[in-house]
Design a protein around this ligand. Structure first.
Ligand SMILES: C[S@@+](CC[C@H](N)C(=O)[O-])C[C@H]1O[C@@H](n2cnc3c(N)ncnc32)[C@H](O)[C@@H]1O
Length: 310
């Protein structure tokens, strides 16, 4: 399979130029996908440099094993990026020089029926990145009350019609359990105007994907851990695709940049906090109009970068 069939990487130049500050360094790519970022990092690294890359999806690891078969500077592991500390420990690596996450799903995951990531294919409504662990989306859906469904769709899909959608899902399930993506589309079709159907489905898929994979907690855990393993002056770059993720990154970077959190009026700082990060871009970086024209998936991308201070 050609690289661009698997995935077209987003904001590549912006990520690589801001991330790689040491050509002999060790870099962590937590979301390997089609290996787009990893390939570009390897291009600028010297023969001493290294990339440690993780993905939870077997198809991404399989694709990249072939793509990078002769690359000695790369270690690929099927793992959750939230376990960055444990992964580096197992490799006996104390410090790295930068880490990147490109959140969400790859084009391959959207465009292939096996993952159940898209409403365009009739397949199990699964949504797990790693099919060997966790609970598929349809099971969560089957075992949730109307109120729980409303909360999932409201909190993680940010859909203002969450209550109406939850009722439709409950009513549908009285006749037939939702198992496939087709079932889900049928249930939602009954209450959504045709011109809003795809928007609603995208939000519902996003909501369940976040829950099934515990995506927001993975990101929080990663941020709390990565700051301890990136060396002084090393960078952390995160590309996110929706406001829930971007808010977590923005708030974390802002908080870690602050050297004092005492409540005003402050005569003498007593909180003992120190600044652990410096934001490289105060204003979020987004793709150019040209990039969005060439790759519509880039349209919601937001890049934030911070430098570790100690
Ligand atoms: C947008 S794609 C990455 C694309 C990649 N940057 C490229 O240029 O080809 C996101 C990838 O992250 C993986 N992923 C999502 N959550 C993960 C997690 N917690 N740990 C490891 N991989 C994860 C997905 O399986 C998917 O392959």
């Amino acid at each position: 399979m050609l690289d661009h069939h698997f995935h077209i990487s987003v904001l590549v130049n912006e990520v690589i130029t801001n991330l790689v500050t040491n050509v002999d360094g060790i870099y962590f790519d937590g979301t390997l996908g089609g290996g787009g970022y990893t390939a570009e990092i390897l291009k600028v690294l010297s023969s001493k440099g290294k990339v440690i890359a993780t993905d939870l999806d077997d198809s991404a690891i399989r694709f990249c094993k072939r793509k990078f078969e002769n690359e000695k500077r790369l270690i690929m592991i099927k793992e959750n990026f939230k376990n960055i500390k444990k992964i580096l420990e197992s490799l006996k690596i104390e410090k790295i020089h930068g880490a990147v996450l490109d959140l969400g799903i790859s084009s391959y995951q959207i465009n292939s029926p096996e993952g159940g990531f898209s409403y365009r294919f009739e397949t199990d409504f699964d949504l797990r990145f790693d099919k060997s662990q966790g609970i598929p989306a349809y099971e969560i859906l089957n075992n949730s009350t109307r109120n729980e469904l409303r909360e999932i769709i409201w909190n993680f899909g940010e859909d203002k019609f969450a209550a109406k959608i939850a009722t439709a899902l409950e009513n549908y399930q009285k006749k037939k359990k939702i198992k496939s993506t087709r079932d889900l589309v049928e249930a939602i079709k009954s209450i959504t105007p045709p011109n809003k159907l795809y928007e609603t489905l995208s939000r519902v898929f996003q909501a369940f994907r976040i829950v099934v994979n515990d995506e927001l907690n993975n990101l929080k855990t990663f941020l709390e851990n990565v700051i301890d393993v990136v060396d002084k002056n090393g960078r952390i770059a995160i590309v996110s695709y929706h406001s829930l993720e971007d808010r977590i990154v923005k708030e974390f970077f802002r908080y870690e940049e602050k050297s004092c959190i005492c409540s005003p009026p402050i005569i003498k700082c007593e909180c003992g906090k120190t600044s652990r990060l410096r934001r490289i871009n105060k204003k979020v970086i987004t793709p150019s109009e040209y990039e969005i024209k060439m790759n519509v998936r880039a349209r919601s991308a937001k890049l934030r970068i911070a430098e570790v201070l100690r």
